[in-house]
Ligand binder design. Structure first.
Ligand code: DHB
Ligand code: FE
Length: 292
C-alpha cells in the first residue's frame, strides 16, 4: 500500500532546534514568488502544449489503470508540495534539466546545467583573486582553488567578466535559504582581471542530499529512489555582449555522478583537482562564452 507520509510544517525548526532542509525549500519558494515572470506564449501554443500534456496523463492513466485511491494520494501529495513550498525544488530536480538541454542546443561555448532553486542575484563583488566568504567552521574543510580564464569562442580574453559562484556548505545548506547561515556565505561575484583570468579559493563541496523531510523527499523515499546529487559548484558567467552561461561543475570520481537525482551532470563539467604542496585541491577551468 502506498501512503506518502505528511511532512512536518516546513518553516518550523526540527525538535532539536536545528534548521530543516524543508525550511530551505520554502525559503526558495518565497524568493521565487517575489517576482512575476512573463513569457510571450501565444494562446495557440499554450493550448497545444496543455492538450499534449493532458493527453500524456490520459495515456499514463490508461496504461497503468490508475485507481481512485492512487488519484487521491496524488492529489494529497500535490497539496503537500504546495503547502511545503517545494514547487521550485521539485521542478528543478525533475524538470529543469530538460528545459536547460533544449534551450542550450544552439550554443557552442561552455556547457550549461540547471540553475536549481538557490541562486541569489547581486552577491558581493570580489576581485579576480579571492576567497569566498566563509565561517571558521567552513574553513576546516579541504581548501579548493579553481582558476582559469573567461574568453569568447575564439579564445579572446573577456576582461571584467563576472563569475557568480554559489555552493552548499558541508551540511548541504545554502546561505540565504537557511536562517542559521550568515548572508552570502560561500557566495560571491568574481570580476575577471585584464586578461579575463580569475582564481577563486573556497572549500571542496560535499555531495548534496535534497531535503528528505518534505514532500519531495517523502515521495523519493516511498518510490525507493535516492535523494543525492553529486558534490557541485553553481556558476553564472556573464560578460558584455555575451550570452551568460548558468552551469555547475562536478568532481571526477565523486559519488552519485552517474545517478544524480536532478539528472544535471555532463562529462564536460567534471573537474579533476589535484592537491598542491599546501594540501589545497587545485584545478583549472576555462569558460568560453557565445555571442549574445
Ligand atoms: C536542488 C538543489 C540544488 O542545490 C541543486 O543544485 C538542484 C536542485 C533542489 O533541492 O531542488
Ligand atoms: Fe545545488
Amino acid at each position: 500500500m502506498t501512503t506518502i507520509e505528511r511532512p512536518a510544517a516546513p518553516d518550523s525548526p526540527a525538535a532539536d532546534g536545528s534548521p530543516t532542509a524543508a525550511g530551505s525549500g520554502s525559503a526558495a519558494t518565497a524568493a521565487f514568488a517575489g517576482h512575476r515572470f512573463t513569457a510571450d506564449t501565444s494562446p495557440e501554443r499554450l493550448s497545444a502544449i496543455a492538450s499534449e500534456a493532458f493527453a500524456g496523463f490520459s495515456a499514463l492513466i490508461d496504461k497503468h489503470e490508475i485507481t481512485y485511491d492512487e488519484y487521491r494520494v496524488l492529489k494529497q501529495w500535490l497539496i503537500d508540495v504546495g503547502e511545503g513550498g517545494e514547487w521550485p525544488l521539485l521542478l528543478d530536480v525533475f524538470v529543469e534539466h530538460d528545459i536547460e538541454e533544449v534551450n542550450s542546443r544552439k550554443y557552442q561555448g561552455t556547457k550549461g546545467s540547471i540553475e536549481g532553486p538557490y541562486y541569489l542575484p547581486d552577491s558581493p563583488l570580489l576581485p579576480a583573486r579571492c576567497t569566498l566568504p566563509m565561517r571558521s567552521v567552513d574553513a576546516r574543510e579541504t581548501p579548493f582553488v579553481m582558476h582559469g580564464q573567461v574568453t569568447d569562442l575564439d579564445g579572446s580574453p573577456m576582461a571584467g567578466a563576472t563569475i557568480e559562484i554559489w555552493h552548499a556548505d558541508a551540511e548541504g545548506y545554502y546561505s540565504g535559504f537557511a536562517p542559521h547561515l550568515p548572508a552570502w556565505n560561500l557566495r560571491g561575484t568574481v570580476v575577471t582581471d585584464g586578461q579575463g583570468r580569475y582564481e577563486i579559493t573556497t572549500i571542496q563541496p560535499a555531495p548534496y542530499q535534497i531535503p528528505t523531510d518534505g514532500p519531495t523527499g517523502k515521495f523519493i523515499e516511498t518510490a525507493g529512489w535516492h535523494p543525492w546529487r553529486p558534490a557541485h559548484l553553481h556558476l553564472r558567467v556573464s560578460a558584455k555582449g555575451r550570452h551568460p552561461i548558468v552551469t555547475q561543475l562536478y568532481f571526477a570520481g565523486g559519488d552519485w555522478l552517474d545517478s544524480d537525482v536532478a539528472s544535471a551532470t555532463k562529462p564536460e563539467l567534471l573537474l579533476d583537482p589535484k592537491p598542491d604542496e599546501d594540501g589545497r585541491n587545485v584545478v583549472q577551468y576555462d569558460f568560453a562564452l557565445d555571442p549574445e
